[in-house]
Write a protein that binds this ligand. Structure first.
Ligand SMILES: [Zn+2]
Length: 142
């Protein structure tokens, strides 16, 4: 667990497709789907391999948790008054290829291609939410 915010974002319930991904987060393991047929990796979990079209035959596999900022935006006015601002929403490209929509935490200025690593916010139901921590922390915003 990292110094997570008091009020966490709303998180959807797990379903049949996403349950393996959410279950791994309970152990702070970041995973992506890998096709048993063609070995392509993808995220978020889907019923079909986007590379070869295979239905089923997809496994959740651990990834390193390393990535780079692909794109980001800083939110100055939150959707709910209890969400502290500013905060940074980012697309993080994992070292293994797939992209996650996530948070940069703690909030600080980032740039595209900045290296980041996974950190976790623990949710009340035992699941955890992956957020990403910049690795070259040089310009912390108060
Ligand atoms: Zn495939």
């Amino acid at each position: 667990m990292t110094d997570q915010p008091q009020h966490l974002p709303d998180v959807p319930a797990a379903d049949d497709l996403t349950a393996p991904w959410w279950d791994a987060t309970r152990e702070h393991r970041l995973t992506v789907q890998r096709c048993d047929g063609c070995a392509a990796v993808q995220h978020p979990p889907r019923a079909v391999c986007l590379a070869c079209g295979t239905l089923g035959g997809l496994s959740q596999v651990d990834v390193s948790g390393a990535g780079e900022v692909d794109s980001f935006t800083v939110v100055h006015r939150g959707p709910r008054p209890d969400l502290a601002t500013p905060y940074t929403i980012a697309r993080v490209r994992l070292a293994e290829g797939p992209i996650l929509l996530t948070r940069i935490h703690p909030h600080q200025e980032v740039a595209i291609d900045d290296p980041v690593e996974v950190a976790w916010w623990d949710l009340p139901d035992g699941r955890a939410l992956p957020v990403f921590r910049p690795l070259n922390r040089t310009n912390t915003t108060p």
